[in-house]
Write a protein that binds this ligand. Structure first.
Ligand code: CP
Length: 258
C-alpha cells in the first residue's frame, strides 16, 4: 500500500517478493477506492480479507503502519510513515556500512540535512547507536528537532562541525513535501552553507563513505558532482535494499520456525 511516491522502496520490495516466489500486488491511493472515501483501516481490512500474508505500507501519516497492524491479521511492514520511521532503509544502510567498514561499532557517523522531517534519520539513529556508532547530526537550527539530543547524538548547527573525522557521511534529502515555508531561505543558500561538496567531504576521514537514501536533489543537499564521488555508496545502498528486503520478507513468513 503505497500512499506516497516511491521508486526504491516500492520496486525493491516488489522485486524481493518476486525473487522469493511470492505474489506482489500494488495498491496506490490514486488508483484505489481511497478516492471514493474509504478510510485507511477499511482499505487495509479489505486487503487482509483477500488472504494477504504481508502488507507493506508507506503513508504520509506517522503511525499509519502501527494503526493498521492492530486491525489486520496480516504481518505489516513499515515502508516509511510520515516523519516517524523507515526501518528497512536503516537496515539496508547498516548492512551497507557493515559491508564496507566491517562493523558499525565505534564508527563516527554524521547525518546531515533535513533531520526534522526525516524518518530515515530517526530509524538510522536508532539502529546506529544500538550498534555502538557515535552519531552526530548537522543541520540549520530550523531543520533540527528540538529533542533530538535525547536520541544519544551530538547536535551541530553546522555541517562542517558534524562531519569532522566522520567514517560515514549520510546526507539527507530536503523533504519539501513535509515542510512549512520559511525554514531556509533558498536552495542555493542551503547548498552554499549546508550542502556536501568536494571541499566539505574532505573534513571527514580520507576513507569516509558518502551515503544518501535517495532520491538526491543534485545541487541542494549534494553538489552535482559529489553524488558520483568515488566513495559514494548510493548505488550499493539501492542494490542492498533488494537483498535486505528479501531477508525481511523471509523472516516474516517463517511462521512457527521463528
Ligand atoms: N529511500 C527511499 O525511501 O526512496 P524512495 O522514496 O524512492 O522509496
Amino acid at each position: 500500500m503505497f500512499y506516497e511516491n516511491s521508486t526504491r522502496t516500492r520496486l525493491s520490495f516488489e522485486l524481493a517478493a518476486k525473487y522469493m516466489s511470492a505474489s506482489a500486488a500494488n495498491v496506490s491511493s490514486g488508483a484505489s477506492s481511497v478516492l471514493k472515501g474509504e478510510n485507511l483501516i477499511d482499505t487495509a481490512k479489505t486487503i487482509d480479507a483477500m488472504g494477504t500474508d504481508i502488507i507493506i505500507i508507506r503513508h504520509p501519516m506517522s503511525g499509519a503502519a502501527d494503526l493498521i497492524a492492530s486491525n489486520v491479521s496480516a504481518s505489516v511492514i513499515n515502508a516509511g510513515d510520515g516523519m516517524h520511521e523507515h526501518p528497512t532503509q536503516a537496515l539496508l544502510d547498516l548492512f551497507t556500512i557493515t559491508e564496507k567498514k566491517g562493523e558499525v561499532n565505534n564508527l563516527r557517523v554524521a547525518i546531515v540535512g533535513d533531520i526534522l522531517h526525516s524518518r530515515v534519520a530517526r530509524s538510522n539513529i536508532w539502529g546506529l547507536t544500538r550498534l555502538g556508532a557515535k552519531v552526530s547530526v548537522g543541520a540549520p537550527l530550523t531543520l533540527l528537532p528540538p529533542e533530538i539530543s535525547k536520541m544519544g547524538v551530538q547536535v551541530f548547527e553546522s555541517v562542517q562541525e558534524a562531519i569532522i573525522d566522520a567514517d560515514v557521511v549520510m546526507s539527507l534529502r530536503m523533504q519539501t513535501e513535509r515542510q512549512k515555508s520559511g525554514l531556509y531561505p533558498t536552495n542555493d543558500e542551503y547548498a552554499r552553507f549546508f550542502g556536501i561538496d568536494e571541499k566539505r567531504i574532505r573534513l571527514a576521514k580520507p576513507d569516509a563513505l558518502l551515503m544518501h537514501p535517495g532520491p538526491v536533489n543534485r545541487g541542494v543537499e549534494l553538489s552535482p558532482q559529489i553524488a558520483d564521488f568515488e566513495r559514494s555508496v548510493i548505488n550499493e545502498q539501492v542494490t542492498n535494499g533488494v537483498a535486505v528486503r528479501m531477508a525481511v520478507l523471509y523472516l516474516y513468513t517463517r511462521g512457527d520456525e521463528n
